[in-house]
Design a protein around this ligand. Structure first.
Ligand code: FAD
Length: 549
């Protein structure tokens, strides 16, 4: 089934939608966040005829708004969620192996100040247990730190009342690109994947869900797809989709909002990743390096609005600034320092305790009376094992339906994700440099595209117009935009600048200055005329310059 077609473009989308309008498939997965993408990959690898649709871009929901940690979850130890930490630690090992370009091991310094909610002995016990649950196979073992040890690692941390701390290992990842890599792998294994395709209704026959009505959001057209099994993997939107099946369905979720801000890294002066307890409410939060920026997050507050409208507001920004300033007092961060602020909804299960931070991060799979399967909850880190569990269920349903054999489990833990089959990223970067790629760009390319960096470099080598930087002095190449259109199904300026390049999160201009250039590069690939290109750029600028409410 795997045709390993590297192309994944607007043309692929057209072909896929045409196929879905005519063929009956085994499995329709609604939602192209990490959960749906992981399911589509696993199912396609098992030979199940699978389609994956998302109402927006892939990863445009929670999966591009996370803290980007592939982590055991140190703070879950507080709530006794040992099984979750054990599973997440195993998944961290798997992801470091199958996507080394997107998931990077990283030490976290955890300082403890006098009066911190979490005491020094608690940190010592937690980091020990953390490594134990990783079967002592974490990237490196933790170390307890004296006061001086903390300051050696992070000289700008508040030294007043500092008692010591610890350093432990976790991993940072590119959440949106990890999602995209799963979607592309699903495509390479034969799944029909399409972004900007919304499920507007479920089709039933004899009281059983047997398909869905799809709306091509870009063309404004609707058509039916017939599918033996339908899976609702829409994260924060899960209850909404469940109500398409049963208008009286009781909510499964109790979503909480999590906001992040990006500020210039030199203002904060953090040397690496720092875990801290907010002096405001004692919540565990993070100060994370991301290129030239530092990401501070996150908040965790109950949210009962529409998932479509979630945004970081003034209170979120104030909370994050105050928390960061308390631990990095020289930073004196103010509202004007915030490069970007964004928020997402954690699709948490509704049967948890009153305190939002203590709501379990476990997932649940439920099947409605008419056969709609919903998977809700979970974490970015554990998506792969969630997917395997769900596809086991789908395979059993398909066997009951037509007597087919149960497929063997998919090797999602050993087959590298696209770009992940590269032994030495640094060596590849040096090779690209020898071929003329500037050194900053070479490093950026290998850590973004892994083994596929050569495909981007080739585009630049073949066309001098694509070889230049997207932003003067930055590592991003114009060729990347073309790569996004041809191999990563980028269909809008935001698809490129927010989720594929992260310029929205990581550049002081939020990519506003290059929106027109990106639109121009996309128009050659997508057949836009000048008016359409100008409109696409304007739409992006309007979206990212809206003031916080
Ligand atoms: P989503 O990514 O939201 O995907 C659902 C998709 O469904 C969306 O793309 C949406 O467009 C689509 N959709 C909705 N309705 C329809 C429809 N009718 N038709 C078609 N498509 C539809 N986890 C970690 O492991 N590590 C972390 O560091 C971490 N940090 C987090 C920080 C924050 C602030 C948040 C919010 C979450 C964090 N998480 C973290 C959790 C993790 O991000 C989520 O559990 C995960 O991304 C959820 O993925 P999902 O695919 O279920 O949902």
């Amino acid at each position: 089934m795997a045709d390993m077609d590297p192309h994944f473009s607007a043309a692929t989308r057209r072909t896929n939608l045409a196929a879905l309008a005519t063929d009956t498939i085994d499995l329709l997965v609604i939602g192209g966040g990490i959960t749906g993408a992981g399911i589509a990959r696993d199912a396609a690898m098992r030979g199940i005829r699978t389609a994956l649709v998302d109402a927006g871009d892939f990863a445009s929901g929670a999966s591009s708004r996370s803290s980007r940690l592939i982590h055991g979850g140190l703070r879950y130890l507080e709530h006794g969620q040992l099984r979750l930490v054990f599973e997440a630690s195993r998944e961290r090992r798997v992801l470091l192996r199958i996507a080394p370009h997107l998931v990077r091991a990283c030490p976290f310094t955890f300082p403890v100040h006098r009066g911190s909610r979490v005491k020094r002995w608690q940190i010592s016990a937690a980091v020990w247990l953390y490594d134990l649950l990783a079967l002592f196979r974490n990237v490196h073992a933790h170390r307890l730190l004296s006061r001086r040890g903390v300051l050696q690692r992070e000289p700008l941390i508040r030294d007043h009342d500092l008692k010591g701390g610890a350093v432990y290992w976790d991993a940072q990842c590119d959440d949106a690109r990890l999602t995209l890599a799963n979607v592309r792998s699903a495509h390479q294994h034969g799944a029909w994947c399409a972004s900007y395709v919304r499920v507007t209704a479920l089709e039933k026959a004899g009281g059983r869900v047997r398909g869905a009505e799809l709306e091509d959001v870009l063309a404004g057209t609707r058509f039916m797809v017939r599918s033996h099994v339908v899976v609702n993997a829409t994260g924060p939107w899960s209850d909404r989709v469940r109500r398409l099946d049963d208008p009286a369905a009781k909510p499964l979720l109790r979503p909480t909002k999590g906001a992040h801000i990006a500020v210039p890294r030199q203002r904060v002066g953090n040397a690496g990743a720092v875990t801290l307890t907010s002096p405001i409410d004692g919540r565990v939060m993070f100060v994370l390096p991301w290129g030239e920026t530092t990401i501070v997050g996150t908040t965790d507050t109950d949210y009962d609005g529409s998932p479509d409208d979630v945004r970081a507001d003034g209170d979120d920004i104030t909370y994050l600034l105050r928390s960061a300033n308390a631990v990095f007092p020289n930073a004196r961060l103010q509202r004007g320092d915030v490069i970007a602020a964004w928020a997402g909804l954690r699709p948490l299960l509704g049967d948890g305790p009153a305190n939002a931070s203590a709501v379990p991060r476990e997932h649940k799979i439920v099947e409605s009376a008419s056969g709609l399967i919903t998977i809700a909850g979970g974490k970015l880190t554990t998506y792969r094992s969630m997917a395997a569990q769900l596809v086991n269920l789908v395979a059993r349903k398909l066997r009951r339906l037509d007597g087919r054999r149960l497929p063997a489990r998919a090797a999602t833990d050993t087959e590298p994700l696209p770009g992940g089959d590269v032994a030495d990223l640094e060596a590849l970067a040096r090779e690209l440099e020898k071929e003329g790629v500037p050194s900053g760009a070479a490093d950026h390319l290998v850590h973004t595209y892994g083994g596929e960096a050569t495909a981007v470099a080739n585009l630049a080598a073949d066309d001098p117009a694509l070889a230049g930087p997207l932003i003067a002095g930055g590592p991003w190449l114009r060729a990347e935009v073309v790569h996004h259109a041809r191999r990563e199904m980028a269909l809008t300026v935001g698809d490129v600048l927010v989720r594929r390049l992260h310029l929205f999160h990581a550049h002081p201009t939020r990519g506003v200055g290059v929106a027109r250039t990106v639109a121009g590069l996309l128009s050659r690939e997508l057949g836009w005329d000048d008016t359409a290109a100008a409109l696409a750029a304007e739409r992006y600028v309007a979206e990212v310059t809206r003031p916080a409410p």
